[in-house]
Every structure is written in structure tokens, then in C-alpha cells.
Design a protein around this ligand. Structure first.
Ligand SMILES: [Zn+2]
Length: 461
């Protein structure tokens, strides 16, 4: 879990004086640590279980690295279907640039995630020479789901409008743990089958009614193996603060300061695949002196989180000489522009979670869910939302909206490239578009409603 530096968070989120106290206290400890503390408080044996899992995962990864000299660079050819559940108010959606802005966020977020997990991020060049030797690639691919749990087409995200300004990070909801309550906005159905899809929620994370400063929150698969009472697979996945979602680009402006590179999801995905913060979540202590470690041997000992964008080398009480601490690691808290790498051992812990017998194995078995369904003409109740005619078309296409609440109409080609984007005027139900300049073939029309996207195929001939 990544936190805002307190001062930045207060500045940007404009909190009241009373809320600042809450925020400061929350930021004194790590979010992941809070989650673990919460579970340990319910059942003290959990402390040992967490340590055991970390030990097992890191030992296993080191064995794999030792046994397979090529392990650092071997591509695993893994594709994991991802779905974003975006639960925001109309005003918050407008802050992100409306539905088309949300679509850009999703696309840019997926691009960042794939680059960071495959070591193709351009800022790899900024890794200090001394740390380049331990740079690692997880070789995990992520793709938007294009077939939903009912077999219908989906853009890989759904926009769920709410009147609730945000969701508590730790409230109890239903029989689940309630991390976070926004996951239950449509009941447990908001989560798609967690054995097949990696669920990501985007909303405004609150803590006791005020902005929490938490950028992300992860429920990793290992937590499902402990028999925790009330915890179900509906909780599995990642929550992103909407101000930390996607990457800065043209027309995409609303971000928490310093958090505009899409790296919050990279960091949270690290937690999802069972790696921990580089400093060991131990309140400043050092390994060997009463402190814990991240269990990873190719990250230097580190006392606490690093914020902002420090200069290399940076030393602390746990690493006082040599190359200093690895603050540019994705599992530290520096700004998005200043984090560049996982290590080989971190990468191996993550990729090994997708091997047979490990918790995330089932996620790699359904790459077909990232393809659009075939043999289906009108999907996701599009018949109730809009008509398209003529279809097939030679280029002149008419769309009639059959219900209120459609926010925009997008047309993408089969690779996801946007070729048309129309903002809907609430007083107008018919729209004409000219696609005669586009290559012949299949396209997808997305009509975004408050309940998600209605999707239909369009053939240009
Ligand atoms: Zn974290």
C-alpha cells in the first residue's frame, strides 16, 4: 500500500484542520501494516503465518533462480485478464475527463503495468549502475478482459456511478472484511470470478470520512489461504485511489501530486504477487537488530519508507555505506517518476506465484477472456441501450439511443484503437457518424452508461 507524504496529501486534498490530525495519525504506519495488524488483532497466530508465507515464497524464488540460470530473462508468455470496476460520482468522473478520460486512464494504466512487469519501462535507463546487476523482469503480461463472466463483450472496465463521495478503507461490510466497502457497491457481484479475473477497483478511498492519503490497497491471494473468518474471494484484488489511476497525458490532468505515472498499480500488483515493502514494515528497525526485512536478498537493508525524489546514493541507519538503499524500487514510496525497478528476486517471487500449485495459477489459464466473444452480435444488453443502422455499413452509421443515461459513444477497432468518440448531449437521441475513411473490418461500438458499457459489433464493408 502506498501512502501520500502527509504534507502533500494535506495540501492537495484540502483537508480541514480536524481531518489533518486523522490523516497524520494514519500516515504514521503503513497501510499494508494496518491490514496485517487488523488481521493479527483478530487472530494473533497470523503474525507467524505472514512471516512463514514470506519465507516460503522467497526461498522458493531463490531456488528457482539458482536452478535456472536463464530465469531472469525467460519470458513466461503469461496473459492475465484484468477488469477495472470504476466506482465514482459524476463529479469525480468529470475530474478524470469524463468517460473518454476514464478510457484513456485505463489504456495508459495497462501500458504502464505491462512495461513495468516486463522491464520495458523507458526509465530503466535511470537505474544506478550499481543496481543494474540485480534488475529483474517478472515477465507477466496483463490484458483487459473482453469477455465478461456471462460470456458477453466488455471493454475491460465498467463505470459505476455512485452518489457516495468515497468509500472507507477499513469498514466492515456484509460478512467480508470490508477492505474496502466500495467493492460491494453492487453487492458481491461487483467482483468478477477471482479465479479467472484480476479485479481492480478505482474509487475515492476514505478514512473515517476524510481523504485517507492511501493510494492503493491490496488483498493478495495468500490471505485467502489462512482460513480468515468472513474473508471471501470477493475481496481479492486491488483498490486504487482515483487520483493515482492511470498516467499523465494530453487531456488527462487530475492526479495526486507526484503520483501521475501509473506506478501505484505497479506497486500494488507487487503486493498482489506476494512481495513486500523494501524496508520490511518494521518502523525503522534494521534486519539483524530486532527489525524485519522484505525477505529479499538482492534489496539492501532499509530502515523506513522513502518519499519524494531523492538523489542517489542515499544512505540510512540500515545501509550506511556502499550503494546505499534502493529507493528507486517499485516497492518503496518515492514519486512515480523516481521508481524504476524490481529486482531479480522480487520478480521471481512474483512470477512463481503463477506456477502450477501456487495461488495465482488459475489466473493464467484463461487468456481467451481477453478476446472479444465470437458469434455474438449484440452484447451486454446493447439491444436495450442503442440501435445501430445500417450494420454492416459502408461508412455512414446512425446510432439511436433507447434510454437516458448514456454518457458517450466510442468506436474502437478490434485492437482497441479509438476511431470515434462522441460526448452525448442529454437532449439528443440520434447520432450520425462517418467512418468511410476507416479500413474495412470489424469495429466495436461502446455506449457508456452509468451501469457500464453496452457494446455492439459494427462491420464496415
Ligand atoms: Zn505497499
Amino acid at each position: 500500500m502506498r501512502f501520500l507524504p502527509v504534507s502533500l496529501g494535506l495540501l492537495l486534498l484540502g483537508l480541514s484542520a480536524s481531518a489533518q490530525q486523522t490523516n497524520q495519525q494514519t500516515n504514521r504506519s503503513c497501510g499494508m501494516e494496518l491490514l496485517k495488524q487488523h488481521l493479527i488483532a483478530k487472530n494473533p497466530v497470523m503474525e507467524e503465518r505472514f512471516a512463514q508465507t514470506l519465507e516460503e515464497n522467497t526461498t522458493y524464488a531463490r531456488q528457482l533462480l539458482t536452478n535456472d540460470a536463464a530465469a531472469k530473462t525467460t519470458a513466461n508468455d503469461i496473459t492475465i485478464p484484468v477488469v477495472f470496476h470504476i466506482v465514482l460520482t459524476d463529479a469525480q468522473i468529470a475530474q478524470l475527463g469524463g468517460p473518454s478520460g476514464v478510457a484513456q486512464r485505463v489504456d495508459s494504466q495497462m501500458a504502464v503495468l505491462n512495461r513495468d512487469f516486463n522491464g520495458t519501462n523507458s526509465d530503466v535507463s535511470q537505474i544506478p549502475a550499481d543496481f543494474k546487476a540485480v534488475f529483474g523482469k517478472a515477465n507477466i503480461g496483463f490484458a483487459l478482459a473482453h469477455t465478461d463472466p456471462k460470456g458477453a463483450g466488455t471493454p475491460g472496465y465498467e463505470i459505476i456511478t455512485t452518489t457516495q463521495q468515497g468509500f472507507e478503507e477499513s469498514s466492515s461490510v456484509g460478512s467480508g472484511m470490508g477492505f474496502s466497502s466500495g467493492k460491494y457497491v453492487n453487492g458481491p457481484a461487483t467482483s468478477w470470478d477471482a479465479d479467472k479475473y484480476l479485479n481492480i477497483w478505482v474509487f475515492n478511498l476514505l478514512n473515517n470520512g476524510s481523504a485517507s492519503g492511501i493510494l492503493g490497497l491490496t488483498m493478495p491471494p495468500s490471505f485467502m489461504t489462512y482460513g480468515i473468518s468472513g474473508l471471501t474471494k470477493d475481496e481479492l484484488g486491488i483498490v486504487l485511489n482515483y487520483g493515482a489511476f492511470g498516467k499523465y497525458g494530453p487531456g488527462v490532468n487530475y492526479f495526486i501530486s507526484g503520483i501521475n505515472g501509473g506506478r501505484t498499480l505497479t506497486h500494488e500488483m507487487g503486493h498482489f504477487f506476494e512481495i513486500w515493502h523494501v524496508w520490511g514494515d518494521d518502523n525503522g528497525k534494521c534486519p539483524g537488530a530486532g527489525g524485519k526485512d522484505d525477505g529479499i536478498t538482492d534489496t539492501p537493508p532499509q530502515s523506513n519508507a522513502t518519499y519524494g525524489c531523492p538523489s542517489y546514493p542515499l544512505f540510512d541507519s540500515c545501509t550506511k555505506t556502499g550503494d546505499g538503499i534502493m529507493f528507486m524500487n517499485f516497492m518503496d514510496y518515492v514519486n512515480d517518476a523516481c521508481m524504476h525497478m524490481f529486482t531479480a528476486e522480487q520478480a521471481k517471487v512474483m512470477s512463481s506465484q503463477t506456477l502450477a500449485g501456487k495461488e495465482s495459477y488459475s489466473l493464467i489459464l484463461h487468456p481467451e477472456l481477453t478476446s472479444w466473444p465470437t458469434g455474438v452480435s449484440n452484447i451486454v444488453n446493447a439491444a436495450n441501450v442503442f440501435n445501430v443502422y445500417p450494420n454492416p455499413s459502408t461508412g455512414s452509421v446512425n446510432i439511436t439511443l433507447l434510454q437516458d443515461g448514456v454518457n458517450n459513444i466510442r468506436v474502437t477497432d478490434i485492437t482497441g484503437r479509438m476511431v470515434e468518440n462522441i460526448m452525448v448531449d442529454k437532449s439528443q437521441t440520434s447520432y450520425a457518424m462517418n467512418l468511410s475513411g476507416q479500413p474495412k473490418g470489424m469495429y466495436i461500438i461502446h455506449c457508456n452508461t452509468g451501469n457500464g458499457d453496452a457494446v455492439s459489433k459494427l462491420i464496415l464493408q
